[in-house]
Design a binder for this molecule. Structure first.
Ligand SMILES: Cc1cc2nc3c(=O)[nH]c(=O)nc-3n(C[C@H](O)[C@H](O)[C@H](O)COP(=O)(O)OP(=O)(O)OC[C@H]3O[C@@H](n4cnc5c(N)ncnc54)[C@H](O)[C@@H]3O)c2cc1C
Length: 321
């Protein structure tokens, strides 16, 4: 059954101030960047508003700027720009790899960094047509009262599947957020909470403006597990970064796709364990398996995702350590 795009009002501010004013005037409006995810959700009646505020005309959000502390990437920068940025590739290789792994090339020409970081959570019981969801009494995330993935629980288990977040997390990224009361800056990890229904900590009226990356001497990498290698969301994605100037080298690991939020996890902290020893990688594998919490949100078994995300973390750690 085709799902026609419903009627909506499009507001097209040219400055951040105008966007904030528009958002205050219509608090339930949805922000639209590349629209690659939002328009799909609009067709499936998953957007609770008939007003969209298009952010693409705001030039101040569309540049990549080096500064004395590192690099500032506007939320409106496209994934294609990130994929082809020498500035980003030189210092933050995982970020370029993560951007290049999103969907296909034409998709990346419009999909943005902000849209990727603020991507809605996904679930097999949610990303369906309206009539399918209605036939199943909807679900806890939208119009229903039960999470079909974990019916005995009281929270939505939909999974966050953006590729960029873990790659930015292992480089200690911070986000700049603008809202009715001004600007704030916080670690990227604080943008998320473990709740599939409301996984973002953005307050009403707030817009993600930019991501700041500190100067870095870390090497990094990103890979994801997916059903189709050409175009697909991550069933699980892992970013790793390593500072080899420390002895023993320090490792950072972050994951996406397994929980309602992307997150950094602690690498093995036993001082007796060195990456020179096989025991370090065995400990890392166990630690990742314990930290992640994949649910029945995809057609692929949670247990498979738990084992494979841990194996992927070990593979990447061996590669860069
Ligand atoms: C076929 C297909 C394949 C895909 N494959 C992948 C994949 O492999 N990996 C992946 O990560 N994603 C994938 N996606 C999802 C999506 O296309 C990308 O995540 C993309 O980066 C979203 O960016 P966008 O600019 O198009 O966001 P939009 O669709 O415009 O917005 C996404 C969400 O972010 C919010 N938002 C956007 N900008 C801001 C901002 N500045 N401040 C606050 N909120 C904001 C919007 O309100 C919306 O809720 C896929 C989508 C499709 C349709």
């Amino acid at each position: 059954m085709t799902e026609a795009l419903p009627q909506f009002t499009l507001v097209r501010p040219e400055t951040l101030d105008d966007a904030l004013i528009a958002l205050q005037a219509t608090p339930d409006a949805a922000l639209s960047a590349g629209g690659t995810d939002l328009i799909v959700r609009l067709r499936k009646s998953l957007v609770g508003s008939d007003t969209l505020i298009d952010l693409t005309g705001i030039k101040a959000m569309n540049s990549i700027d080096p500064n004395e502390n590192g690099l500032r990437i506007g939320a409106g920068v496209t994934l294609d720009q990130i994929e082809h940025s020498d500035l980003i590739a030189q210092t933050y290789p995982a970020v370029v790899k993560a951007a290049a792994s999103v969907a296909g090339p034409s998709h990346r020409q419009v999909a943005t960094l902000g849209g990727n970081l603020c991507l809605d959570t996904r679930c097999v019981y949610l990303n369906q047509s309206h009539w399918w969801r209605k036939a199943n009494d909807f679900c806890l995330k939208y119009q229903g009262d039960t999470c079909h993935v974990a019916p005995k629980g009281n929270r939505c288990r939909a999974a966050f599947s953006g590729d960029l977040a873990p790659a930015l997390l292992v480089h200690d990224a911070e986000v700049e957020i603008a809202g009715p009361t001004g600007f704030r800056r916080e670690p990227l990890g604080d943008l998320y909470v473990e709740d599939g229904a409301t996984h973002l900590t953005l307050e009403p009226g707030e817009i993600l403006v930019a991501v700041n990356l500190p100067a870095s001497i870390r090497t990094s990498d990103y890979e994801k597990i997916r059903v189709r290698k050409t175009v697909d969301f991550p069933l699980a994605g892992v970013a790793v970064a390593c500072d080899t100037s420390q002895e023993p080298p320090r490792l950072w690991v972050a994951v996406t796709g397994t929980n309602s939020r992307p997150f950094l996890l602690d690498p093995p902290d036993d001082p007796m364990l060195s990456p020179a020893d096989e025991a370090f990688f065995i400990a890392l594998q166990k630690q990742v398996q314990k930290a992640v919490s994949p649910q029945r949100t995809t057609m692929i078994a949670p247990h498979y995702r738990r084992l494979s995300v841990a194996a992927l973390a070990v593979r990447l750690a061996r590669r860069i350590l």
